[in-house]
Design a binder for this molecule. Structure first.
Ligand code: PEP
Ligand code: MG
Length: 324
């Protein structure tokens, strides 16, 4: 099977009925690039920049960040790289950045909430990204966005730093898309409003499922509630994709579910544009998609969202329909 998959390394991802989709990879550090290139990913759909901060004894300087971003952008050439701004908090901590003691860290001070509060950290990261932007095809996304004003503020800060660099004569790309992670149900519900202002969505199912089901993603006592195919999750995902398409925008998914063999056929049926996963899943999913027809998967996805009531029912139906 591995040998069969390997033949797909340099192929585009095309379904049985001839539609092209993008299979991208998730990375944590520039070291992960080898896996991305070896497995023929068509883009980087999520660069988790918090590792830059976690692997450092102090806040990484603008130059250190610039070097890392430049390396990633240059290696990918004209392929898009979606860089997510710092997602610290929740279960990720920095020894040099004391965070408040919280009863519920996953519902607390994390990600964009920290960035908008500690703006010097955020501005340094955005400057590093802007300077690196001329070395490839950069797209930036903000994690844990719950409200439109949060996105507007993040975007305004981005524009301010861009204007400053331009005024200083530093070259920056004029073609950087800005988008948001959809991982909070409030944003998934109001996707139609967000879609008017963002360039793209990237659905983070790891958190979206945890917040929708009210079940801590790391707590084994409630792990049965981690249900990617629960029709409630499917409907939220569909709402996001449709809202984006109505405004001519694109939607990716960078949570674990994007590389899941049961979920991918459903996502295909919903019209998801980009599938971002660990590099080792890329060829498996490309091979699966090659034998699926989007028209058939649309019927399947619609049935899953309207006639099915549980995660397991959906899983059973998809397995049967796709011979898995
Ligand atoms: C997600 O929440 O699905 C996601 C991709 O982000 P992380 O796993 O880094 O929280
Ligand atoms: Mg997340």
């Amino acid at each position: 099977q591995k040998a069969e998959w390997n033949k797909l390394k340099n192929e585009a991802t095309v379904t049985a009925d001839g539609k092209h989709y993008t299979i991208a990879a998730n990375i944590g550090t520039p070291k992960d690039l080898t896996g991305v290139l070896d497995n023929g990913a068509e883009a980087i759909g999520l660069y988790r920049t918090e590792f830059l901060y976690m692997d450092s004894a102090e806040l990484p300087s603008e130059d250190d960040q610039f070097q890392a971003y430049k390396t990633v952008l240059e290696s990918m050439g004209d392929k898009p790289v979606v860089v997510r701004t710092m997602d610290i908090g929740g279960d990720k901590h920095l020894p040099y950045l004391p965070l408040p003691e919280e009863m519920n860290p996953f519902l607390g001070y994390r990600a964009i909430r920290i960035s908008l509060d500690r703006q010097e950290i955020f501005r340094t990261q955005l400057r590093a990204l802007l300077r690196a932007s001329v070395h490839g095809k950069l797209q930036i996304m903000f994690p844990m966005i719950a409200t439109l004003p949060e996105f507007r503020q993040a975007k305004a800060i981005f524009e301010e730093e861009k204007a400053k660099l331009v005024a200083e004569g530093t070259p920056v790309s004029d073609d950087i898309q800005t988008g948001i992670m959809i991982e909070i149900p409030a944003a998934a519900v109001l996707a139609d409003q967000f879609a008017k202002e963002v360039d793209f969505f990237s659905i983070g199912t790891n958190d979206l499922i945890q917040y929708t089901m009210a079940a801590d993603r790391g707590n084994e006592h409630v792990s049965y509630l981690y249900q990617p195919y629960n029709p409630s999750i499917l409907r939220l995902v569909k709402n996001v994709i449709d809202a984006a398409h109505k405004e001519g925008k694109w939607t990716g998914m960078c949570g674990e579910a994007a590389g899941d063999s049961i979920m991918a056929p459903l996502l295909l049926g919903m019209g998801l544009d980009e599938y971002s996963m660990s590099a080792t899943s890329v060829l498996r999913v490309r091979s699966l998609m090659k034998r699926l027809s989007t028209a058939d998967m649309k019927v399947l996805a619609d049935k899953a969202m309207t006639e099915m009531t549980t995660n397991d029912e959906v899983a059973e139906m998809v397995k049967k329909a796709t011979n898995q």
